[in-house]
Design a protein around this ligand. Structure first.
Ligand SMILES: Nc1ncnc2c1ncn2[C@@H]1O[C@H](COP(=O)(O)OP(=O)(O)OP(=O)(O)O)[C@@H](O)[C@H]1O
Length: 299
């Protein structure tokens, strides 16, 4: 089942089209990475899902419920972490979650149980200082705890890791990965390695269109390229190979890149053996998300 469905969403600010009839489905229990360059329209999409902005056309459903602009019924299924979460700095984390729980109508018992569980989950269980002294990473972690308070079916995080140092980013990514199975996570980012580390599914937004979407595993197979890097012993063999296999890339030194779709590792090795061409190594080039991104996004 898809927990979130966007169908033919069109959104413009004045003359500027931000989302040009985009459709997107987020499978339940996935960790879904929403990728786009700065200004691509990621926050706009999230605000549409939360009913905080109105699309000119299209439909959004959360857990099967249509989203209506200005009404927040479907938001009862959503936990939201904005890119810069705001808190009451004079409170402690526990006081803050207690306050949020009371606003949302949770019982005292549930607030206590849930707060303890969530503060431990985000590594703030032993933290007794006031929030005003928190680092940015700690605030993001508290923001995740707050967004999870109501046991949402969908957790939406707007660039939760982008402004953090590597350790802070790792902590956030570990938390998001750890809650897989408890809720579905949709998070936006422009850091491709973060997607690669934890996401099961992704979509790339570029110039108002979804230019790539699907499960990470399927996309890597679909866009896989058969490419080998060969390091030769004698540079004199380079010219010969380049004449035999058109389209080879000269990587400088004694390095060549073979990227012909029809050239198997076996055929290449056989050829090198037959012609007695010596090499230091042959390396199959793994497809990473950055290669994929470069193929689909206009630079
Ligand atoms: N209320 C608004 N009125 C006019 N233009 C807006 C408004 N909100 C956003 N925009 C513009 O829409 C475009 C998309 O903005 P958005 O914040 O959704 O992008 P983003 O992908 O989240 O970017 P970033 O990664 O920088 O946060 C930008 O060009 C932005 O300037």
């Amino acid at each position: 089942m898809d927990i979130l469905e966007l169908t033919n969403i069109h959104k413009a600010f004045g003359e500027k089209i931000i989302l040009d009839d985009i459709s997107l489905s987020v499978p339940e229990n996935s960790i879904f990475g929403f990728i786009g360059k700065n200004g691509a329209g990621k926050t706009t999409t999230m605000k549409l899902i939360l009913g905080l902005l109105k699309a000119e056309r299209g439909q959004i459903k959360v857990a099967g419920e249509p989203v209506t602009y200005g009404q927040t019924a479907s938001n009862s299924f959503i936990g939201y972490l904005p890119d810069v979460p705001e808190f009451y700095g004079f409170m402690t984390a526990s006081e803050y979650l207690n306050f949020c729980g009371e606003i949302t109508g949770l019982s005292k018992y549930d607030i206590k149980q849930r707060s303890k569980y969530l503060l431990d989950l985000v590594g703030l269980g032993q933290e007794s200082h006031r929030i005003k002294g928190y680092s940015r990473g700690m605030k993001q972690r508290l923001g995740i705890a707050q967004a999870l308070l109501n046991q949402p079916k969908l957790l939406i995080c707007d660039e939760p890791s982008s402004a953090l140092d590597p350790l802070g980013r790792k902590e956030i990514l570990d938390i998001l990965k750890g809650i897989k199975g408890e809720t579905t996570v949709l998070f936006s980012t422009h850091i491709l390695s973060d997607i690669e580390r934890i996401c099961t599914d992704l979509a790339v937004l570029d110039k108002g269109k979804i230019v790539l979407k699907g499960s990470l595993a399927d996309l890597k197979i679909a866009y896989q390229h058969h490419s080998f890097q060969v390091e030769l012993i004698a540079s004199a063999d380079k010219a010969h190979l380049m004449a035999t296999f058109p389209g080879l890339k000269d990587l400088g030194g004694n390095f060549l890149e073979f990227n012909q779709q029809d050239l198997s590792e076996f055929r290449l090795l056989t050829y090198l053996a037959e012609k007695q061409i010596s090499f230091v190594k042959i390396e199959k080039q793994a497809m990473n998300l950055e290669d994929l991104f470069m193929q689909v996004v206009s630079l």
